[in-house]
Design a protein around this ligand. Structure first.
Ligand code: LLP
Length: 442
């Protein structure tokens, strides 16, 4: 899969178009920095997960939960609703967006390692289908909220199956040093299942694991599935209860740079299906309903960020070479990933073609911080000048959703483009928005 969304194209003069709209038009109409979301790309990425997993497991046997933490807005939630997706939220704030968009509660699951009592109550009052129980403390919190309401709440248990998934490898660990969920190896997950089963207000539906993010190797998913199925069998042996649901989380890897390739949903689905079917058969279990929670793989490739170049300079390096510093009008406030994960992105000149020689360059933001780097090393045309537009692809996941107001920068808008039309789905913040938080009486 290319790094650009499916409706990105380049005109003869080198200008970038997304869904038929030029970079210059987008920048002049909506300003920069700007997140541009290719609606069709988002929707087809989502559809690919449904199709791939239904093809492997069978229609009606799979639920795809879009992980809203990657990027959430009411418009996107409407697309999910129309396209048959479900929604994974992990805070009251994400739930509030779902409520604003009137997303059916029967298609929501609520995650989080430290849900407050208020968040749990709000989720129950809205009627969310599943609460993913993450700790012993939470069992009694959810039970109490359900009891007060005289209801029985469906829950799943988040397990940690002892797998550390890395980009290109996985390491099976004896115990998990993570804040999420119940360890399978230590027996905590089994004990949680006992406690939940013992509650008259909780209905244990299944087990969950999310092994990590940006995963390219299916072995981690397969091992997680095997360990969870063993636990399903233990629970069945203990209680005669066959849990109907197995949720394998998200984490499907995507390409950020040329030469990288995404994890193909069809390949993962087939491999997971083979492993799950044989493990279930070995334990005499029916194959449970399968849920997955992709976030990044749906929204990541569907967005690009447009920036305008503000200043440039050249520095001499110790080795005698030189480097251009190209400063754009955003930075670590709209893309924190390079600063905190060493994440790598690429960038192109978006408003024209240049025939100038390439030079080693660094694309930086406008924040008062030398680590405010969007792209550390990239060769860019030497004639890039103030007023040029740069575009960074694959910024949809954890870009806008992790954006900050550092240095009192207003967070950029998100514009959805489709068939030559653009519409704002999240507007740009204004100074007024920021100042609204001030208490002048304080
Ligand atoms: N399900 C659960 C329970 C999760 O915790 C996550 C991500 C997902 C699904 C979705 O994972 P995805 O398919 O998007 O990889 N801020 C980091 C990523 C943190 C992911 C947290 N949990 C980043 O920018 O790479």
């Amino acid at each position: 899969m290319s790094m650009w969304s499916k409706n990105a194209s380049w005109a003869a003069d080198g200008e970038l178009f997304i869904a038929g709209i030029s970079a210059t038009t987008l920048a002049s109409e909506f300003g920069t920095p700007l997140f541009v979301l290719d609606e069709d790309d988002f929707r087809s990425n989502a559809r690919r997960f449904i199709d791939a997993f239904e093809e492997a497991f069978g229609a009606g046997k799979v639920s795809v939960y879009y992980a809203g933490k990657a990027f959430l807005s009411a418009s996107v939630i409407k697309w999910l609703e129309e396209d048959g997706l479900n929604l994974d939220v992990c805070t009251g704030g994400e739930l509030a967006v779902a409520k604003l968009a009137k997303f059916p509660p029967s298609r929501i699951e609520f995650h989080g390692n430290n849900k407050s009592v208020a968040e749990i109550e709000e989720a129950l009052d809205y009627g969310v289908e599943y609460i993913a129980i993450d700790s012993f403390v939470e069992i009694s919190r959810v039970e109490k909220a359900a009891a007060t309401r005289g209801m029985i709440q469906k829950v799943i248990i988040r397990t940690t199956p002892g797998i550390e998934a890395h980009t290109h490898e996985f390491i099976a660990t004896a115990h998990e040093d993570v804040k999420f969920g119940f360890s399978i190896a230590s027996g905590a997950a089994l004990e949680a299942a006992r406690q939940v089963r013992g509650s008259t207000h909780l209905d244990l539906q299944g087990l969950h694991a999310h092994i990590g993010s940006q995963i390219f190797d299916t072995d981690g998913y397969e091992l997680a599935a095997k360990r969870i199925i063993e636990l399903l069998a233990t629970i069945r042996d203990e209680s005669n209860l066959e849990l109907p649901l197995l949720d394998l989380g998200g984490g499907f890897g995507i390409a950020y740079l040329a030469g990288e390739s995404a994890l193909d949903p069809a390949t993962v689905a087939k491999k997971m299906c083979a492993v799950i079917s044989s493990a279930c058969e070995a334990h005499g279990l029916k194959v449970p309903h399968i849920s997955i929670e992709p976030g990044r793989a749906i929204v990541g490739p569907s967005m690009a960020t447009l920036y305008e170049v503000g200043t440039t300079k050249s520095v001499t390096l110790e080795n005698g070479g030189s480097r251009a510093y190209i400063a754009v009008d955003g930075g670590m406030s709209d893309n924190i990933r390079p600063a905190i994960y060493d994440a790598e992105y690429t960038v192109v000149l978006a408003n024209r073609r240049s025939t100038a020689a390439l030079q080693p360059s660094r694309v930086v933001g406008k924040h008062c911080e030398s680590g405010d780097i969007i792209i550390k090393n990239v060769d860019l045309p030497s004639d890039i000048a103030p007023g040029d537009l740069l575009a960074t692809p694959v910024t949809g996941a954890y870009g806008r959703s992790m954006a900050s107001n550092y240095n009192h920068i207003s967070r950029p808008p998100v514009v959805a483009v489709s068939d030559g039309k653009a519409r704002i789905i999240v507007r740009r913040e204004t100074h007024e928005d920021l100042l609204r938080l001030e208490n002048m009486e304080g």
